[in-house]
Every structure is written in C-alpha cells, then in structure tokens.
Design a protein around this ligand. Sequence first.
Ligand SMILES: [Zn+2]
Length: 71
Amino acid sequence: MYLGDKERNRVALYKCKKCKAEKELSKTTIKIIDGSVRVVEALCSCGEYMEDTTEFKGYPNLIRTEPSLKD
Ligand SMILES: [Zn+2]
C-alpha cells in the first residue's frame, strides 16, 4: 500500500519533544520518513520532528504500515 503525500487543512499545534519548541501549522504534508509517519512542515530547527499536540487521535490504520526492517 502506498501512502503517498497526504495534506490536511486544519490548524494544529506541533511541539518538539527535544527542545520544547512549538509551531502552529495549518497545512501539513505527511510522509513516511525513516519508517515513521512524519509531518514535513513540522521539522524543528533542532532536527527533530515535532508532534501534533492538539489532535492526538492517531492516524487511522496508517501508522503501523512500516515494513519490518530489523537487522
Ligand atoms: Zn526541536
């Protein structure tokens, strides 16, 4: 199954777990990066990806689609 790029049009507050920076995003592009679902625009200046704090319901059946790549 190819997830592709998904765009959402809701304002959401993203927060970086590493440096506690916050960013409000109204348009987000979701991509699979390193096996995880990430929001491209939520890339923090510290290099971490921020997480959505306003609407944390998870992604419907999409988050566990990464292949098993364990060495
Ligand atoms: Zn950060």
